[in-house]
Design a protein around this ligand. Structure first.
Ligand SMILES: Cc1cc2nc3c(=O)[nH]c(=O)nc-3n(C[C@H](O)[C@H](O)[C@H](O)COP(=O)(O)OP(=O)(O)OC[C@H]3O[C@@H](n4cnc5c(N)ncnc54)[C@H](O)[C@@H]3O)c2cc1C
Ligand code: SF4
Ligand code: SF4
Length: 342
């Protein structure tokens, strides 16, 4: 098989690069290790309340269904990379799909291998994995998408009070991730809006350090959260969570942002706003392609003359919108590279 470009990863970033290159008539193969395209964002629920809250999840769904109904570039799902030989401009990659193996000659490679949510059990003081009613924002998203309703994992009942803890796995010296994950403030606030719309009786608390803006209309969206008397925005991050067996509720210890001093409050459900980390299997890609890491632990851009490019969230935390913008700029760089060689 011969193609101009190989894209590794079929999330929104890989799909965007594929679409852009196909529009320029560049022959491209995208491989995805999973059986379906869409990456992490394909599992997000719609977070609309009275109106659309701009979470971008449906953009990913739309791009994936466009490919299903006929794509202008080649796609192989359930496929992995097993080897790389050759030199810049003339690489041969070995691929494996089930028991089938194939070699592909290509001029350039785009790595769009994406991210994983932070493993919340590493913040032991919050009790994820120990207390049933401590879940992550991603668990909540899946609950709403797959089950269509909100409930407490311990008893299946609707919680009366929900606390969202921000910056779980980001901006945290104790676990070695100092960067801001960019998406989790907006992600959590959209989830709160969607929940409050469906269940106006629920009271939500958003516990944060700073609020990271996301997109042009975010200011307006944040104001609507501030004006909602069922949502409290509390500038304080909790230090510890305890389980209270009698009431099956969770006791949260935090510093009172107004009066100072430690206070404790009870909640029925706690949602941890986990940030993003480079996908753990990406180390094998780094070894295969000789990629370096930046200070934050994501892929650093390789020198352009190698013909190897890095696109989307695996190059640093990005929301869907910014992953699309970044991937379009990488497609442009690939075009320039191929032009320079012809
Ligand atoms: C908890 C959480 C919540 C988020 N919420 C939002 C939100 O509400 N709104 C928003 O805009 N953004 C949100 N994001 C960010 C969003 O998930 C990313 O912007 C988006 O997923 C980036 O797309 P990507 O294609 O770069 O990576 P991914 O979506 O991770 O896709 C990468 C793909 O590459 C594949 N892959 C990896 N390695 C290989 C390999 N070796 N061979 C073949 N395939 C491979 C993976 O299987 C995957 O399908 C959130 C992120 C997290 C962690
Ligand atoms: S809230 Fe998100 S998924 Fe729902 S319509 Fe708006 S952008 Fe699409
Ligand atoms: S986006 Fe918000 S919650 Fe996420 S790391 Fe940045 S400041 Fe913390």
């Amino acid at each position: 098989m011969q193609k101009d470009v190989l894209i590794v990863g079929g999330g929104i970033s890989g799909i965007t690069v594929g679409n852009e290159l196909a529009q320029s008539g560049i022959s491209t193969l995208l491989i995805e290790r999973e059986s379906a395209l869409g990456g992490l964002a394909a599992s997000f629920c719609c977070k609309a309340s009275e109106s659309c809250n701009q979470c971008f999840a449906c953009v990913v769904d739309k791009r994936v269904s466009e490919i299903r109904s006929g794509s202008s570039f080649s796609v192989l799902t359930g496929t992995e990379l097993t080897g790389l030989t050759g030199e810049p401009g003339a690489y041969t990659v070995s691929l494996k799909k089930g028991t089938e193996r194939m070699d592909l000659k290509i001029s350039a490679i785009v790595i769009a291998a994406g991210v994983d949510p932070f493993d919340a059990s590493r913040k032991a003081e919050y009790g994820y994995g120990r207390f049933k009613n401590v879940i992550t924002a991603r668990d909540l998203d899946e609950m709403l998408r797959l089950r269509g309703k909100l409930f407490r994992p311990s008893d299946g009942k609707l919680p009366g009070t929900v606390a969202f803890f921000q910056c779980v796995g980001s901006r945290d010296e104790s676990i070695g991730n100092l960067y801001c994950s960019q998406v989790c403030c907006a992600y959590a606030l959209r989830l709160i809006k969607a929940i409050r719309y469906q269940y106006p009786e629920i009271k939500a608390a958003f516990l944060y350090m700073d609020i990271q803006p996301a997109g042009a209309s975010f200011g307006q969206f944040l104001n609507s959260c501030r004006q909602d008397n069922g949502i409290r925005l509390i500038r304080s991050l909790p230090s510890k969570v305890y389980h209270s067996p009698l009431s099956d509720s969770l006791k949260v210890r935090l510093t009172d942002p107004v009066k100072g001093g430690v206070v404790e409050e009870l909640f029925d459900l706690i949602v941890l706003s986990v940030g993003m980390v480079l996908r753990k299997e990406s180390n094998s890609l780094a070894r295969l392609f000789g990629l370096n890491f930046n200070e934050e632990g994501f892929f650093a851009p390789p020198p352009a003359q190698t013909g190897i490019f890095v696109a989307g969230a695996c190059s640093g935390p990005k929301d869907i919108d910014r992953s699309i913008i970044h991937s379009k700029s990488i497609a442009c760089a690939v075009r320039q590279y191929l032009k320079g060689r012809s």
